[in-house]
Design a protein around this ligand. Sequence first.
Ligand code: SF4
Ligand code: SF4
Length: 115
Amino acid sequence: MATWQCVKSCGACCFLAPDERPDLDEYLTPEQLSLYLSLVGEDGWCIHYSASDRTCTIYDHRPDFCRVTPTTFAAMFGIAPEDLNDFAIDCCQQHIGDLYGEESVEMQRFEQAVG
Ligand code: SF4
Ligand code: SF4
């Protein structure tokens, strides 16, 4: 069975441009949405994203909506803990496919990592 994990040198979920995510207000609280929008840089990337090494510069303090945990995904998407793995894999595939392409190196790395 494939097991979700975040892979290095990706960062696809840190591209926050709201036009790429039209349903934000359906799963974020008003406070979270406000914080989310405050993070969007002019280029659509999170202002805390380091493009040079594709990392989060506030990783230990990143918002809860950036965290893949049973608690956050239950609150945002109503996902049961046993469904989190498959749902998280789908989310990553969608972000990676949209940003880098279905045949990208990033997608290949992700598929290899999750098995
Ligand atoms: S899209 Fe998935 S693999 Fe890529 S940085 Fe985000 S959580 Fe990690
Ligand atoms: S706070 Fe960090 S993890 Fe969240 S979108 Fe920004 S760079 Fe990515």
